[in-house]
Write a protein that binds this ligand. Sequence first.
Ligand SMILES: [Zn+2]
Length: 165
Amino acid sequence: MSEFAADKPEDVPDADIDQREIENDDAPKTRSESLCPCKSGNSYYICCMPLHHGKAKARTAEELMRSRYSAYFFRLVDYLVETTHPDSREPGLKKELAKSVHNISWQFLTIVDTSKGGTKDKVGKVEFIAKCFVQGEPHELHERSRFRRYKGAWKYLDGVALGDS
Ligand SMILES: [Zn+2]
């Protein structure tokens, strides 16, 4: 008897539909509703977007790392420059990024390991593997990045490329 009801999922009573949160100010799926490129499993809206928009600060080195990956993904050059530690901010960094971000299309991020980089730390390391295409060719970037706080905010200091394994 009840199996008939189960067979017709489209027959949802109106009341149920009304109770759902329908955020529909932008009809097509927007960037903010999509899953964050950093592969956190959260939507961009609650993940890296607040960081990119200056509404929140990375609490951990890993959060900053993820937000920088997403910034590479979306080619947010200003954010990349701003989150680079002043000690590592080469004069031509912005120009170089503005050029290079367009040659790379990022595919996947895996955080391999972290050391320190917590809410009470001043330094931290994040090892990650980022997959990308560089001018159509698949590449894998395996790096251990160093992060250091500057005026309280996490910044990217530098990174060591870890050879192909
Ligand atoms: Zn994210």
